[in-house]
Design a protein around this ligand. Structure first.
Ligand SMILES: Cc1cc2nc3c(=O)[nH]c(=O)nc-3n(C[C@H](O)[C@H](O)[C@H](O)COP(=O)(O)OP(=O)(O)OC[C@H]3O[C@@H](n4cnc5c(N)ncnc54)[C@H](O)[C@@H]3O)c2cc1C
Length: 353
């Protein structure tokens, strides 16, 4: 079967952009329709690349996440070389301090070692895990880099265009009804994150996360030697190379209710200053929130759909930044080469019946 050349990607977050770029590099003509680029969860994330710190226990998901972490350095380099925009990739390692002693494994550091590795931790920390291969990317910089790369490559990105209805026959998508009129292509990719259920009966719901950042005055950098992510039991603290410290996140089942709440921000600040008391004098730089695309089993929904010309790339929940490179590669393989990688078997929409 010949590959579809004209492709519409619905949704222009990290997944839509990464996938569009991969297909464009293979020779496709790609249009992205994006209701609201700034609303994408990719802007709201912490950017941790943390398959191990997240303690992902389902084997197929862990395999997918590890494969994506492996791709990260070369993928970011590729995007940066096309766009000329630094994405802030940093394999800084992730330290996971604990207040109570869990089961130990090879990555466990006892109290003296963890306090030596990271000064300034709460005295109540009894030890923790060290994951040197985990890291971070500056997700906002990554989105800027992806957007620029897409423009350099000639992807047609239409921001502010919402798909209202996906029209279909028994087997095929026939056309899209959008806020700018009807549009059609040979193939469609659904990458609408937390909003996916508004277009198709698909098991994705929003899970709100509130976040904030602190800024470290340049003269204080020497007194705040935070050079790795801290992934605590109730909070994570992500130091950026630009002097900001990102703190997250709440996890709330409140639909698309916007805004930060005083309770949410208080919860984050309390947990962060408990874990790393040196933060308490730093100025608050920004607060924000976003909507993770959550599925019932917390695995993404990837690959073929009920329609032969629609491919699904949604439901990445807490790991969409991490999973962008592997998603883009596997979805491009499905759409362009009709190749379905074994990694996709457990990610099928059909698992929900
Ligand atoms: C607080 C928070 C912290 C996070 N931290 C991390 C982290 O540390 N590491 C990590 O890997 N992941 C993290 N995530 C998860 C990650 O951000 C998401 O999994 C990822 O951004 C999902 O990407 P996406 O492209 O599928 O969706 P999004 O980035 O949300 O993009 C979807 C886009 O589709 C558009 N859209 C929706 N409906 C329509 C429509 N009908 N027509 C046209 N366009 C439409 C939207 O406007 C939006 O721009 C975090 C998320 C949150 C909220």
């Amino acid at each position: 079967m010949q590959a579809a050349k004209e492709i519409i990607v619905i949704g222009g977050g990290v997944i839509g952009l990464a996938t569009a770029i991969e297909l464009r590099l293979l020779g496709a003509e790609v249009t992205i329709l994006c209701q609201d680029f700034q609303a994408a969860a990719g802007h709201a994330a912490a950017g941790m690349l943390a398959p191990q710190a997240e303690q992902i226990s389902i084997g197929s998901m862990l395999d997918l996440c590890l494969a994506s972490r492996e791709l990260y350095p070369s993928w970011v380099q590729k995007i940066e070389s096309i766009s000329g925009v630094d994405a802030g990739y940093w394999q800084c390692g992730i330290l996971a301090p604990h207040y109570t002693q869990p089961e130990q494994n090879a990555q466990w550091l006892a109290a003296p070692t963890i306090h030596r590795q990271q000064s300034g931790l709460s005295e109540s920390i009894v030890g923790g895990y060290w994951y040197p291969a985990d890291g971070q990317v500056n997700n906002r910089a990554l989105l800027r880099s992806l957007f620029s790369a897409s423009q350099s490559l000639g992807v047609n990105f239409l921001d502010g265009v919402a798909v209202k209805t996906i029209h279909h026959s028994q087997e095929r998508i026939t056309h899209l009804e959008t806020s700018e009129g009807n549009m059609s292509a040979q193939h469609y990719i659904l990458a609408t994150g937390a909003w996916s259920q508004q277009l198709l009966p698909i098991e994705v719901v929003p899970r709100k996360g509130q976040m904030l950042s602190l800024s470290v005055p340049p003269e204080q950098w020497d007194h705040l030697p935070l050079q790795q992510v801290l992934f605590g039991e109730e909070i994570y603290i992500v130091p950026r190379q630009d002097g900001k410290i990102v703190i997250g996140a709440t996890s709330e089942n409140v639909g698309f209710t916007p805004q930060n709440t005083s309770q949410g921000v208080q919860q984050l600040l309390n947990a962060a200053t408990r874990l790393f008391p040196l933060l308490q004098d730093l100025p608050i730089h920004e607060t924000w929130w976003g909507f993770r695309p959550a599925t019932p089993d917390e695995l993404p929904i990837l690959g073929t759909s009920a329609y032969e010309n629609l491919t699904l790339a949604t439901g990445h929940y807490r790991n969409g930044i991490l999973l962008a490179p592997i998603t883009a590669k596997l979805i491009a393989d499905v759409v362009w080469h009709q190749q379905v990688d074994d990694l996709l078997a457990a990610m099928s929409w059909e698992r929900f019946g």
